[in-house]
Design a protein around this ligand. Structure first.
Ligand code: PMP
Length: 445
């Protein structure tokens, strides 16, 4: 059935490590290859059509090949794709985003979420003159050495919960990077504040994702966010929100839920309308560290493809269409999907649960929702169950993110949600049938 993909993968392995440029697309025994996408459906090169709940890792807020985005991009392609000049498109899109969010006085575009987070951290260091950053254990913030610390901590190295260890992701990470990253437990304000207190003179910022996918897709509590906001204000550190994913959850981003302002916000994914993008936005005085007309320039900041007009017009069109009504509608669908999955879980009788927020969800093979990275950590049995679930869904026309997470696009309606819930129920039954095999997988690592 997937002969073409298998052959393509064999060829790919000759030219790319592991045969891919991003680990996310790897599947056993080989990845599948996309032919085309339209709305909420993707067709692979074998001709199989699937409902897409992965949406290029939460970046396609309007699904695939939206006609209006296609139209503005086509027009821009004919005019040129990158110049050593500024463009009107960049000014208009920056103005649009700054007008949209109260915490944004100024904004700069970059090319990815990784770059946006990195730029935020460097801006915070430049503004405060301090080198350390703090982040929540297990939270994913992209590939920058500092931002990825502790992202893959495990029971053998994560240390005491009162003082979580700073663990590297890539071999050869400079020890200095680990020394400069302070790890706090997610949603535990008392412990977090007491850890931050120990580093108060050295911390430039606290980096926070208000609904961190890898921590379990659990919303940050108001108490936690407020405690961190207050701590930062009191100690002259900056609060940075990573809203690369969560910007979709409210018209003004997830920070709107907490009625507090971040000093800096990293954006990415959906604001590119399907094209590579990132942005860093925030308080005028802090963003000023990047202003080359001010001497001395504290943080020189550049990027060859930053604010390229294709990403600008695509992103601007996407965000115009993702207005307050569209956000509300998608969040309602999100609530519906979490409700329907919860029902499917109850019918299946499996110990499982669903977390998420806004237009996103994540399924866990745990009887109650995790509360932080450590309680989210999956045992081999849970991992086996997740794999069975995802394989079943994939074989029955549903694409999800490999953590058993899904994100919605505005191309979806209740019909697709019903299809998802029905297929998940059938998949959970398949998981239940596979249980003896899964249970044999052994004790927790
Ligand atoms: N921050 C968060 C919260 C993310 O989810 C991601 C990507 N999954 C990033 C940053 C990095 O974004 P990118 O892959 O565009 O570099």
């Amino acid at each position: 059935m997937s002969e073409r993909s298998r052959k393509l993968y064999e060829r790919a392995c000759r030219y790319m490590p592991g045969g891919v440029s991003r680990n996310t697309v790897l599947r056993q025994p080989h990845p599948l290859y996309a032919m085309r996408g339209a709305g909420c459906r993707v067709t692979d090169i074998e001709g199989t059509v699937r409902l897409d709940f992965a949406n290029n890792m939460a970046s396609l807020i309007h699904g695939h090949a939206h006609p209006y985005i296609t139209e503005v991009v086509t027009r821009q392609l004919q005019r040129g794709t990158a110049f050593t000049l500024a463009t009107e498109q960049e000014v208009e899109f920056a103005a649009f985003l700054v007008e949209r969010v109260a915490a944004f006085d100024k904004l700069r575009f970059v090319n990815s979420g990784t770059e946006a987070v990195m730029s935020c951290l460097k801006a915070a260091r430049a503004f405060t003159g301090r080198s350390q950053i703090a982040k929540a254990e297990g939270a994913y913030h992209g590939l920058y050495d500092y931002a990825e610390v502790s992202q893959m901590s495990n029971p053998s190295n994560w240390g005491d919960p009162e003082n979580p260890a700073s663990t590297p992701v890539a071999r050869g990470t400079p020890p200095a990077a680990l020394d400069d990253v302070v790890i706090i437990p997610f949603n535990d304000p008392e412990r977090a504040v007491s850890i931050l207190d120990k580093h108060q003179d050295k911390l430039a910022c606290v980096l926070l994702d208000p609904l961190p996918h890898r921590v379990g897709m659990i919303p940050a509590t108001t108490k936690f966010v407020r405690a961190i906001r207050e701590w930062c204000t009191e100690h002259g550190a900056l609060l940075i929100f990573d809203e690369v994913i969560t910007f979709r959850t409210a018209h003004g981003g997830a920070q709107e839920h907490y009625e507090c302002r971040a000093d800096l916000t990293a954006l990415g994914k959906m604001i590119g309308g399907g094209f590579p993008i990132g942005a860093i936005a925030g308080r005028d005085s802090v963003m000023g560290v990047m202003d080359p007309t001010v001497k001395p320039l504290l943080f020189p900041h550049s990027g060859t493809f930053s604010a390229n007009p294709v990403s600008m017009v695509a992103g601007h069109a996407a965000m115009q269409m993702y207005d307050a009504n569209a956000v509300d509608r998608l969040n309602m669908l999100g609530a519906l999907v979490r409700e329907q999955i919860t029902e499917a879980i109850a019918v299946s009788g499996l110990p499982a649960c669903v977390t998420g927020g806004g237009s996103m969800f994540r399924i866990h093979f745990k009887d109650k929702p995790p509360t932080d990275y450590r309680s989210n950590y999956a045992s081999p049995v849970e991992l086996q169950q997740r794999e069975t679930l995802l394989d079943y869904l994939f074989d029955h026309g549903i694409m999800m993110i490999n953590t058993a997470s899904g994100t919605l696009s505005t191309a979806m309606t209740e019909t697709e949600i019903d299809t998802l819930a029905e297929t998940i129920l059938a998949a959970l039954r398949a998981v239940k049938e596979s249980l003896p095999r899964a249970a044999a997988a052994g004790p927790e690592a």
